[in-house]
Design a protein around this ligand. Structure first.
Ligand code: ATP
Length: 210
């Protein structure tokens, strides 16, 4: 058994997220890849859609993919989302020996040193980092050093231990972002083929992002 977590705002979920989610589930050979919408501070949520609506869109998007699971663990906990708390909670559920992967995009990796207890993350999981257009790894500084210390390019070796390493993978680079989708809706442009049709319909039915 092994488990992967893929956190995000998912505001809204899009094909960039979904394509890397299915690729990573396959590559890592996990039983489930759990997609975790994060809580937003009340002032950000007031400007945006509700947590329930973000979750509903995620559920519509993964409905036909049994390997992808919409998981509201961070919404249930409420308050500010600290990934380190989620990792501790999931570790308690699955035990110490099961490989646990935290999937992030490279845009997130390059800001990792601003996260709560960021150096402790790899005590609980491996980090699996997807490429994204227009982002590169830092070449110097404290984060660059930390990445080099933890980096492992040998996937079978990664799968043999439960946590501690960082794996960079060349997943499909789709230049799609939630920001782009929100902007297109504001300008009354189509969002077809940027997110699944069920999500497009939900967004229009609920008049989101207008
Ligand atoms: P926004 O435009 O609102 O900042 P986003 O499109 O970056 O949103 P998030 O929900 O913030 O989406 O991202 C969740 C996770 O998915 C992050 O780890 C991010 O790096 C990754 N991600 C988002 N879009 C892509 C993409 N097109 N390709 C690869 N990874 C992506």
């Amino acid at each position: 058994m092994s488990v992967a977590l893929f956190g995000g705002t998912f505001n809204p979920i899009h094909l960039g997220h979904l394509r890397i989610a299915v690729e990573l589930a396959e590559l890592l050979g996990v039983d489930s890849l759990r997609m975790l919408p994060c809580s937003l501070p009340p002032h950000r949520e007031a400007l945006s859609v509700s947590a329930e609506q973000r979750m509903a869109m995620l559920q519509l998007a993964v409905a036909d993919y049994p390997q992808l699971v919409a998981d509201d663990i961070e919404l249930q906990r409420g308050g500010a989302t600290y990934t380190i708390d989620t990792l501790r909670q999931v570790r308690q559920q699955i035990g110490a020996d099961v490989p646990l992967y935290l999937c992030i995009g490279i845009d997130v990796l390059i800001t990792l040193d601003s996260w709560q207890e960021w150096r402790q993350l790899t005590n609980h999981c491996h980090l699996v980092v997807s490429a994204r257009p227009n982002y590169v790894l830092p070449t110097s500084g404290v984060l660059a050093d930390w990445i080099n210390q933890h980096r492992c390019d040998d996937l079978p070796q990664l799968k043999q231990c439960s946590a501690g390493k960082l794996f960079l993978c060349d997943t499909t680079r789709l230049a799609i972002s939630s920001t782009q989708i929100r902007d297109k809706i504001k300008h009354s442009d189509t969002i077809d083929f940027l997110t699944p049709a069920a999500v497009v319909n939900y967004i229009h039915q609920q008049n989101l992002y207008e």
